[in-house]
Design a protein around this ligand. Structure first.
Ligand SMILES: Nc1nc2c(c(=O)[nH]1)N[C@H]1C(S)=C(S)[C@@H](COP(=O)(O)O)O[C@H]1N2
Ligand SMILES: [Mo]
Length: 554
C-alpha cells in the first residue's frame, strides 16, 4: 500500500508546514505587539489594520455591525482580522513547503501592508509607526523559513517511493519542477526529523508567547500618565448648577430605563479600537478658522477655571434603530461653548458670521461638523469635562468632549476633542458625511417601550404596566400614546419633564387578555409634531417610525 504511506506522510508534511505558517503569523503578531509597546500601542498591526478596515467599511455594513454586535463590534472585527490572518498563515505555510523563499517573502508582504495601514492612520505619529509590523513580519518570515527548512519538500523523492508519487506531486502546481531542485532525498518520509521540528516549533511558540505577553504588560504602561491625570482631577462646583431632577421625572416602574443613565451603562459608539488615553496635563484645545478674530489654545486647567454649567442632556446615536439602545441621559458639567466662540470673535451666520460649520477634531483623527447657528442659539452646547459627578470616563472622551443638545452624536458630540475649526459646510465634509451620512442631523422624535420586553408572557387578566422613554431633544416631549393591536390610541401617563433636552418617561396600565398582542407607542414633541409612522432606515439622518413589541399574556 505505498500510495497510502506516501499520501499520509505528504499530508503530515503539509500539516506541519501549515503549522509553521500559523507559528510564523503568531510570532509576527507577538513581536509586533512587543515593538508597538515601545512605539505606540495603536501602531500594532491588528489595531492599525482594524482602524483602516473601519474607515473603509461601507456605511450600511458598519451600521449593521454597530447594531448587531453593539459595543462588541470592535471585538468581532479584531477576532475577524486575527482569524483571517490565521487562515492566510496556514495557506502561506503550506505554500512555503514548495516555495520556501516566496512563502517567507509572503509574510513580509503582510508586514508591509500592516506598516502602510499604521502609517496612514489619522493619528499616526511618524515613520516609527511602521516598525511593529515590519519587525514582526521579519521575525515571522524567519520562523517560517527555518521551520519549513526542516521539512522535506513534497514530490522530490516521491518518484523513488512508487507510482503514487506522481499523484502527490501533481497536487501541487509545478510541484515536480520545484521538487527537482529540492534538497536531495529529503522527500523520503523517514528522513523528517519530526522531533527536531516539534522542538523548534515549541520553542518558537514559547518565545513568541513571552514576547506577546511582555508587549501587553509594557503597552499597559502607556496610558498611565493619563490615568494619573484623571485621578488627580477635582471637578469644581458649577457656577450654573442643574436643578435637581424632579422626583416625579422618574417613575417607579420596574423595567423602565433609569432617568439618569449610570456611566458604566452609558452606550458607547466610536471608531476607536484602542480608547485614546489622553493626559489632561499636556492636553490642549485649539480654536481657529474662518471668522475667528482671536484664535487661541486652551489647557484643561484653563477650562476648569472658567464658569462651568451643569446640565442634564440626553445623547442619541444616529445608528439607533427604532426601539434601540443607543440613547442615554447624563448630568454633564462643562464650559458653555458659545462663550468661548464669542470671546474668540465668532459670530453665527444669522449675525453675519462667515462660518456656518464648526468642525471638531479628536486626538484619533475623527471629525464631526455642527451648525454654528445651533451651537450659538442659546442652547447648552458645551465642552464637557464631567459626567454624572465624575471626570469624563476615558470611554466617553476624557479629558474633554463636545455636546450639543438636540443633535445626533456624530454631528456634535466629539470625544477626546483637541481642535475646533470654524469653516463652512461647502468647504469641508467631516468623517461620516464622507461616508454618506447627512451633513445636518437634528435628533428625530422617538418613543421606546422598555417594558414588557418583546415576546414576554405576562399573566393574562391582570394589569401590566407598559412603560418606557420618549425623546425629542431641545423640543421636549408633550404627549405619548399607546395602542393595543389595532385599537384606539390612548394617552400614556407622562412623568414630569426634567428639561426639553432630556428624555421623558411614560407609563400605561394595560389590562391583559390572553393571546398575542402588539403594543405600539408614539410621541408628540414640544412643538406639537407627532412622530411619523413611516419607517426609515438609520442612514442618512436617523431612523423614524413607531416602536412596537409583541407579547403573549397567558
Ligand atoms: N472621537 C470620536 N468622537 C465621537 C465618535 C467617534 O467615533 N470618535 N462617535 C460619535 C458618535 S457617532 C456618538 S453617537 C457619540 C457617542 O458618545 P458616547 O460613546 O459617549 O455615548 O460620540 C460621538 N463622538
Ligand atoms: Mo452616533
Amino acid at each position: 500500500m505505498p500510495d497510502v504511506t506516501i499520501n499520509r506522510s505528504a499530508v503530515k508534511h503539509s500539516a506541519l508546514a501549515a503549522l509553521s505558517g500559523l507559528l510564523s503569523g503568531y510570532t509576527a503578531l507577538a513581536v509586533a505587539e512587543l515593538i508597538a509597546s515601545f512605539v505606540r500601542p495603536q501602531a500594532g498591526p491588528v489595531t492599525a489594520v482594524g482602524g483602516a478596515a473601519i474607515d473603509r467599511t461601507p456605511a450600511p455594513v458598519k451600521d449593521f455591525a454597530i447594531r448587531h454586535f453593539g459595543s462588541d463590534d470592535k471585538l468581532v472585527l479584531q477576532l475577524g482580522i486575527v482569524a483571517t490572518l490565521g487562515l492566510l498563515a496556514l495557506l502561506l505555510g503550506w505554500f512555503a513547503l514548495r516555495h520556501r523563499r516566496t512563502g517567507a517573502a509572503g509574510v513580509l508582504v503582510f508586514g508591509v501592508l500592516g506598516a502602510a495601514a499604521a502609517l496612514t492612520r489619522p493619528d499616526a505619529s511618524g515613520p516609527l509607526d511602521a516598525l511593529p509590523s515590519l519587525v514582526g513580519a521579519a521575525a515571522g518570515a524567519a520562523v517560517l523559513y527555518l521551520l519549513v527548512g526542516r521539512l522535506p519538500r513534497p514530490a522530490t523523492g516521491a518518484g523513488a517511493t512508487g507510482p503514487g508519487g506522481a499523484g502527490v506531486g501533481g497536487a501541487g502546481v509545478g510541484g515536480a519542477g520545484v521538487g527537482g531542485a529540492g534538497v536531495g532525498g529529503a522527500g523520503v518520509a523517514g528522513r523528517v526529523d519530526r522531533r527536531g521540528f516539534l522542538l523548534v516549533a515549541g520553542a518558537t511558540a514559547v518565545v513568541a508567547t513571552g514576547a506577546g505577553a511582555l508587549g501587553r504588560t509594557l503597552g499597559a504602561r502607556h496610558g498611565q500618565g493619563a490615568v494619573a491625570s484623571r485621578a488627580a482631577v477635582r471637578l469644581p462646583a458649577p457656577a450654573s448648577p442643574a436643578a435637581p431632577v424632579p422626583a416625579r421625572a422618574a417613575l417607579r416602574i420596574p423595567g423602565i430605563s433609569p432617568f439618569t443613565t449610570p456611566n458604566a451603562d452609558f452606550y458607547r459608539v466610536d471608531t476607536a479600537l484602542v480608547v485614546p488615553k489622553v493626559d489632561a496635563d499636556t492636553w490642549r484645545l485649539r480654536l481657529h478658522g474662518k471668522g475667528v478674530a482671536r484664535p487661541r489654545t486652551y489647557s484643561y486647567q484653563e477650562l476648569l477655571g472658567r464658569d462651568l454649567i451643569e446640565r442634564d442632556v440626553t445623547l442619541t446615536c444616529v445608528s439607533n434603530e427604532v426601539g434601540g439602545p443607543y440613547v442615554g441621559t447624563a448630568r454633564w458639567l462643562g464650559v458653555r461653548l458659545a462663550d468661548l466662540l464669542r470671546e474668540a470673535g465668532v459670530r453665527p451666520p444669522s449675525r453675519g458670521g462667515p462660518a456656518d460649520q464648526l468642525v471638531a477634531r479628536s486626538v484619533d483623527g475623527m471629525t464631526l461638523g455642527s451648525p454654528v447657528e445651533d451651537v450659538m442659539d442659546g442652547r447648552d452646547a458645551m465642552l464637557a469635562v464631567g459626567m454624572n459627578g465624575e471626570p469624563l470616563p476615558f470611554d466617553h472622551g476624557f479629558p474633554v468632549r463636545m455636546l450639543v443638545p438636540g443633535l445626533y452624536g456624530y454631528v456634535s458630540a466629539c470625544k477626546w476633542i483637541q481642535d475646533i475649526e470654524l469653516t463652512t459646510f461647502d468647504a469641508y465634509d467631516p468623517y461620516w458625511v464622507r461616508r454618506s451620512w447627512a451633513r445636518r442631523a437634528p435628533i428625530k422624535t422617538q418613543a421606546r417601550i422598555d417594558t414588557p420586553k418583546p415576546f414576554a408572557r405576562p399573566p393574562a387578566g391582570t394589569t401590566v404596566m407598559v412603560g418606557g422613554v420618549a425623546w425629542a431633544q431641545h423640543r421636549g416631549i408633550r404627549r405619548v400614546e399607546v395602542r393595543i393591536d389595532d385599537g384606539p390610541w390612548q394617552d400614556a401617563d407622562l412623568a414630569d419633564q426634567d428639561t426639553v433636552d432630556t428624555w421623558r418617561q411614560w407609563s400605561f396600565p394595560w389590562r391583559t387578555t390572553p393571546g398575542g398582542h402588539t403594543l405600539t407607542v408614539r410621541a408628540t414633541d414640544g412643538a406639537g409634531h407627532l412622530q411619523t409612522d413611516r419607517r426609515t432606515p438609520t442612514i442618512p439622518d436617523g431612523a423614524d417610525g413607531w416602536h412596537s413589541v409583541f407579547v403573549t399574556p397567558g
